[in-house]
Design a protein around this ligand. Structure first.
Ligand code: MG
Length: 278
């Protein structure tokens, strides 16, 4: 799809081409995304989203994948830790105490927002006059060390994978930093793309992946890999041309390029993905 836009001469013709494609397929966001991914520098000029990458990244050998995006919750730490359940409880408490939503309606509403808006936050923002910073501070106000601990295997793998690594999360940067500090992995990452960076979108919306690439100053989706525990996020990444690894399972499903159960297998999985591209 991307190569169809490439050979055209001049930005006016490219816009006409995208518009034609758009009308034919009636899928504006996709056509727009394809266009903007091709025209990375143009979109950066039109929408001055600052890159968060400050470190110069040069590799002493050819690498296909230059940017790894890591999900945070239930990926950097095990889903069995109970932390995400605790956050979900805090979300319910917020809906009860601050918005006076009847308790029996909260689980269903939370699920509905998750499915329709991507996150409970985006659903609440669309339907209630909430302050995002209050919500994010409240739902993440938990004693993290009671739930998660450093994982030597994760640290060793992050240290050993010589490409750019970013956290890409539907939570906010403050929560991401606290989690990374407890896990003792903050020094291995080049940046964090959080829910505020993606506004008004969130994973798995295609626009969120574009936003992440702009923040990472990465023009080519084919050079990016997303590692995430949610199938709908890996599916979203794959659909915009990224490669994706579903974390926490070893089953073969559609909607991702590979699965990963143990962090120690990440280099092997990345090698296999690279060899498939050749
Ligand atoms: Mg997750």
């Amino acid at each position: 799809m991307l190569s169809q836009v490439g050979p055209l001469k001049g930005w006016q013709e490219q816009i006409k081409f995208v518009w034609r494609q758009t009308s034919e397929r009636n899928k504006f966001p996709w056509a727009f995304l394809e266009f903007t991914v091709c025209q990375h520098s143009l979109i950066k000029t039109l929408f001055p989203i600052k890159s968060i990458i400050t470190r110069d990244t040069k590799y002493n050998h050819d690498v296909k994948f230059t940017t790894l995006f890591f999900d945070l919750d239930d990926t950097l730490y095990p889903a069995s830790s109970g932390l995400w359940e605790a956050i979900r409880e805090r979300i319910s408490l917020f809906m009860d105490e601050f918005l006076n939503i009847p308790r029996e309606e909260i689980p269903g509403l939370r699920r509905k927002y998750f499915e329709e808006y991507g996150t409970a936050l985006r659903g609440l923002e669309a339907n209630y006059p909430i302050r995002r910073e209050d919500y994010l501070a409240f739902v993440h106000d938990l004693p993290l060390r009671d739930y998660i601990q450093p994982d030597p295997e994760l640290k060793a793998v992050l240290m050993g994978v010589p490409v750019r690594k970013l956290i890409f999360t539907n939570a906010d940067e403050a929560h991401a930093r606290r989690v990374m500090e407890v896990l003792e992995v903050i020094q291995y990452f080049d940046g964090i793309v959080d829910i505020n960076d993606m506004e008004p979108y969130c994973k798995p919306m295609p626009e969120s992946f574009l936003r992440a690439m702009l923040r990472a100053d990465e023009p080519n989706p084919g050079s990016c890999v997303l590692i995430d525990d949610m199938l709908r996020n890996t599916t979203g990444a794959t659909s915009v041309g990224m490669r994706s690894i579903l974390f926490g399972t070893d089953g073969h499903q559609t909607g991702m390029d590979a699965t990963l159960l143990k962090w120690r297998d990440l280099p092997k999985v990345l090698d296999e993905l690279e060899s498939r591209e050749k």
